[in-house]
Write a protein that binds this ligand. Structure first.
Ligand code: FAD
Length: 384
């Protein structure tokens, strides 16, 4: 490794760009190279599920071009460049036939969408939306169509369902769970969101899965395990994300559900760090914006030479279902306690309390959603 080797960051999503923004507040000199498999355009991923509500297509959601990001941040950007390996002993990143030396390497390469293998010849009508380029392809394919089937009733499936209804599309949601957003919302809050989405015109097919997707004219016909069929112009697959770990595993880094890092965002090998959707930070895999922003602030200081540990506070998530405003702060996994639920129609206040009455998590919908800030102050931070 030469002393002059740059800091190299893989990924130009919110993690990569937030990190460089924070780093440049303190260090304008150190050379930084950012490598990304995509076009490097800056955008806010959470906005992808608000395009119709806000009247924005892919171009409207783009925030800054690659060139202007490179200039603003004083970095060199290598776009459409896929990392194929890491040689951490040589301090080199492998880009196909090329090698790129680094002094410090940051992995901010996100999570992969889970793809289901489903029978039928309609697969080219199935879209996963996990970045702006995916969104562009989806909007292009939707031109002229009116009916969208969504596989998955998690946060992303429900947000797209609401957004597409706001764009006046017909929407069917198919999922194996008996409630929406299982594992994220307690049942009364989930039922409230489902009821409001149904009132908006979303059709739910729960406790079943898609067995086949076959071409049907210009669109597709989905055959469900319960025998129903759903006709659609295209299908969104929103069945989950998995942190990208394979290249890290091959390079010998410790990997669990994500690339394992300590609170200083250090992987198990020297001078390699990870944050964002690909990382398992001190045992937490949190695929949200607030955790990655906290990590970016801490890691920027570490890269500058002041080793800093991230401290996760209380991090509520706003669910972008405007038909039923919802905020959730899930209690820690395996926390002891019970949900205390109060409701008024589809307005639900669910507080997860331990035996001493302390609030460890909450979910609020409808008119109670405004209590998010005040409740968040009562919940102990993840890193106390
Ligand atoms: P990404 O944005 O996925 O960036 C990964 C980068 O790595 C990309 O530039 C990619 O090209 C690059 N890359 C990957 N592999 C390679 C490789 N081998 N070589 C080179 N480059 C590579 N979170 C919230 O907190 N609130 C919300 O309301 C919310 N809404 C969401 C709505 C949707 C529709 C989605 C999909 C997510 C939402 N999230 C939300 C989650 C949040 O957006 C993500 O946690 C966050 O954007 C992840 O950023 P990232 O930079 O870690 O990953």
């Amino acid at each position: 490794m030469s002393e002059q080797a740059p800091v190299v960051i893989v990924g130009t999503g919110l993690s990569g760009y937030s990190l460089v923004r924070e780093f440049r507040k303190q260090d304008k000199e150190t050379p930084v190279i950012m490598v990304t498999a995509d076009d490097g355009v800056s955008y806010s991923k959470p906005m992808l599920s608000t395009g119709f509500t806000k009247g924005k297509d892919a171009d409207g959601l783009a925030q800054a071009s690659t060139e202007s990001m490179a200039e603003q941040l004083g970095v060199q950007l290598k776009t459409f460049t896929t990392v194929t390996g890491i040689d951490h002993e040589a301090h080199e990143l492998i880009l196909g036939d090329e090698r790129l030396a680094y002094s410090k390497l940051v992995l901010a390469w996100g999570a992969d969408v889970i793809r289901l293998s489903i029978e039928g010849d309609g697969q080219d009508h199935v879209f996963s939306i996990n970045d702006l380029m995916d969104y562009r392809a989806f909007r292009h394919a939707l031109e002229g169509g009116r009916r969208v089937a969504i596989m998955g009733a998690g946060l992303i499936g429900c947000e797209f369902a609401n957004d597409l209804r706001n764009g006046d599309y017909e929407v069917d949601v198919i999922a194996p769970s008996d409630v929406v957003m299982p594992g994220l919302l307690p049942e009364p809050a989930a039922n409230a969101v489902q009821q409001e989405l149904e009132a908006l015109g979303v059709r739910f097919h729960l406790e079943t899965v898609v067995d086949r997707i076959d071409r049907n004219g210009e669109g597709v016909r989905l055959t469900l395990a319960n025998g129903e069929t759903v006709d659609a112009d295209l299908v969104i697959s929103a069945v989950g994300l998995r942190p990208r770990t394979e290249l890290a595993r091959q390079a010998g880094l410790d990997v669990g559900l994500g690339i394992q890092v300590n609170r200083a965002l250090e992987t198990s090998v020297p001078d390699v760090y990870a944050l964002g959707d690909c990382a398992e930070v001190d045992g937490h895999v949190l695929l949200y914006v607030l955790p990655l922003m906290a990590c970016a602030r801490a890691l920027a200081k570490t890269l500058k030479g002041e080793r800093t540990e991230v401290r996760y506070g209380t991090m509520p998530v706003m669910i972008k279902t405007p038909c039923c405003p919802t905020a959730v702060c899930p209690p820690p996994a395996h926390a002891d306690g019970d949900w205390d639920v109060e409701s008024d129609g589809t307005s639900v206040r669910a507080l997860f309390k331990n035996a001493s009455g302390e609030i460890l998590g909450f979910a609020v919908t409808g008119q109670f959603a405004v209590e998010k800030q005040s409740l968040a102050k009562e919940v102990p931070p993840l890193h106390g």
